[in-house]
Design a protein around this ligand. Structure first.
Ligand SMILES: Cc1cc2nc3c(=O)[nH]c(=O)nc-3n(C[C@H](O)[C@H](O)[C@H](O)COP(=O)(O)OP(=O)(O)OC[C@H]3O[C@@H](n4cnc5c(N)ncnc54)[C@H](O)[C@@H]3O)c2cc1C
Length: 491
């Protein structure tokens, strides 16, 4: 093994629990969000963990370029962070966003809360700060070592041997391990080796949107405060394209433009001069343009990222390797759930290790069995939400539906949960159930509004509202029953 002392932290002081498993070594490829939380949790369980990350240590080097700078963290993510005892540390660096603030083309804004229940909100958090916090927590364990600038280039699935390239010295070395976890993101080497080594029937799909994204910045005001409200996720929905902005702790906002690569009236390829970029923003997002002083420079220098969904199966091989997080199920960012789902992976896996500690084959099989449908569901929900955010948030029928759902959640907080609430705030409901029930609810409400079958006025008495809720729930259950019958007939 090559020298690993460089990252050994002198104040490593935490020893982990003894565990009964005879597994000697665990190797984690990728110390991103999922890998660092997974490694921390495995170290807490008493395993000897080595983590290899291709990039330099983000706590000492600025490497944010090209990846989303901030993210929305919500209840599923918190559940996993809680399990590892770091929820409070994450909350301390969060900016709560209680709703969306929509900006129309004339610069008017209207707010829409995420839930009718108090205390249900999402949080803006810096990827770098969160990842750094997890690395620092992980670093405290004497049975865990993180090796930076070590890029995995191959995994021999027969011998469980990983080849790394040391990016400092440009030399390669091999490491074998009892168990290997691939948390190396959407371009996973471990997933690639499943595909290329043809040891088993590996199914894989990668679906790119015709849209990509680019990040820009609204800087802080001269006095360090936020120039627009930090309490909302800002959205400029424009049908074919969309701008969003999430606040950072330093008073700035990270702005993300979602736009066609080459399609549509405007597209990334066509916006190739300062004049064209400014004219596009002036026409579509004039209020945002006024807040982004370096737009032309940032537009030219910041990369345009792809947006894709990855689905694959199986995620594991022989009780020796497993992929988690984006490596197994990358999703588009429109439900704000990719990181949350990746964190949830760690919590789900942990619960299964509790039951089958020592028997990795059973752990990996059980894990995929319980997790796969949920991972597929968030992939679908995220793609669906792309269209909802772009188009529907401004559509009158959708607005009415949203208003009604808010009233239900406010008046009957234990009886109604919108699809968004189930996905975002109910970590005890799996994504698949949230999707199935949420879709049926949406269908029921939209049909009933279109048919004028229910009232959507905002001045209903509680009794009237209860009656509408009753009708919606009944219709939802009818739809779910019909779906069940249709499925049985299919088989
Ligand atoms: C524009 C955008 C906005 C997003 N917004 C949200 C949001 O609001 N909320 C949310 O929940 N999710 C969001 N996501 C999704 C989220 O970023 C991912 O789901 C999350 O980062 C997945 O974590 P991961 O650890 O699996 O992968 P990654 O974060 O990609 O980490 C993988 C790590 O592995 C390392 N690595 C890669 N290859 C190798 C190799 N060969 N050898 C060694 N190391 C390697 C990488 O350097 C990296 O550190 C967003 C994504 C995008 C693109």
């Amino acid at each position: 093994m090559t020298d690993i002392k460089e990252n050994n932290n002198s104040d490593k002081n935490l020893s982990s629990l003894e565990n009964s498993d005879s597994t000697k070594d665990i190797l984690v490829i990728g110390a991103g969000l999922c890998g660092s939380l997974l490694a921390l949790r495995l170290a807490q369980r008493g395993y000897n963990v080595n983590v290899y990350e291709s990039r330099p240590d983000l706590r000492v080097t600025d490497i944010s370029a090209g990846r989303s700078i901030n993210l929305a963290l919500s209840d599923r993510g918190f559940r996993a962070l809680r399990l590892a005892g770091v929820e409070d540390k994450a909350r301390a660096i969060c900016i709560p966003m209680k709703g969306r603030l929509m900006h129309d083309i004339e610069g008017r804004t209207f707010a829409s809360k995420y839930s009718g229940r108090d205390g249900e909100y999402i949080n803006s958090i810096s990827r770098g700060d969160l990842n750094g916090m997890l690395l620092t927590e992980a670093d405290r364990f004497e049975n865990l070592n993180i090796h930076f600038n070590k890029e995995c280039t191959n995994i021999d699935l027969d011998t469980n041997t990983v080849t790394f390239k040391d990016r400092n010295t440009n030399t390669s070395f091999n490491i074998s391990s009892d168990v290997i976890f691939g948390t190396d993101g959407a371009g996973s080497e471990l997933r690639k080796s499943y595909f290329l080594q043809r040891k088993f029937l590996f199914s894989f799909s990668q679906n790119f949107l015709t849209h990509g994204y680019k990040e820009l910045e609204i800087p802080a005001a001269a006095d360090g405060t936020h120039q627009i409200s930090k309490d909302y996720l800002h959205i400029w929905p424009r049908g074919e394209y969309m701008l969003i902005a999430l606040a950072n702790l330093d008073g700035s906002f990270t702005v993300t433009l979602f736009l066609g690569h080459e399609e549509g009236t405007y597209h990334f390829k066509g916006l190739d001069t300062e004049d064209k970029i400014k004219a596009f923003f002036q026409e579509q997002f004039p209020d945002a343009l006024a807040l982004i002083p370096n737009i032309a420079e940032e537009f030219a220098n910041n990369p345009t990222g792809p947006l894709g969904t990855i689905k694959c199966s199986p995620w594991h091989y022989k009780g020796q390797t497993l992929i988690l997080g984006d490596a197994a199920h990358a999703v588009v960012p429109f439900y704000g759930q990719g990181m949350n789902a990746s964190f949830e992976d760690v919590a789900v896996l942990d619960g299964i290790i509790d039951k089958h500690e020592g028997d990795w084959e059973t752990i990996f099989k059980t894990y995929e069995h319980v997790r796969k449908a949920n991972a597929d569901a968030i992939g679908e929900l995220a793609e669906e939400n792309y269209y909802e955010m772009r188009d529907h948030v401004a559509n009158p029928i959708f607005k009415k539906k949203r208003q009604l759902e808010m009233q239900f959640e406010k008046a009957f907080p234990n009886a109604y949960f919108s699809k968004y609430s189930m996905v975002t705030f109910n970590e005890n409901i799996g994504y698949f159930e949230a999707m199935t029930r949420g879709r049926a609810q949406d269908k029921a409400i939209l049909n009933m509004i279109t048919d004028n079958a229910i009232s959507t006025t905002i001045d209903m008495t509680k009794e009237q509202l209860k009656d509408v809720l009753h009708q919606v729930l009944e219709k939802t259950n009818d739809i779910l029953d019909d779906d069940k019958i249709a499925k049985t007939m299919h088989h």
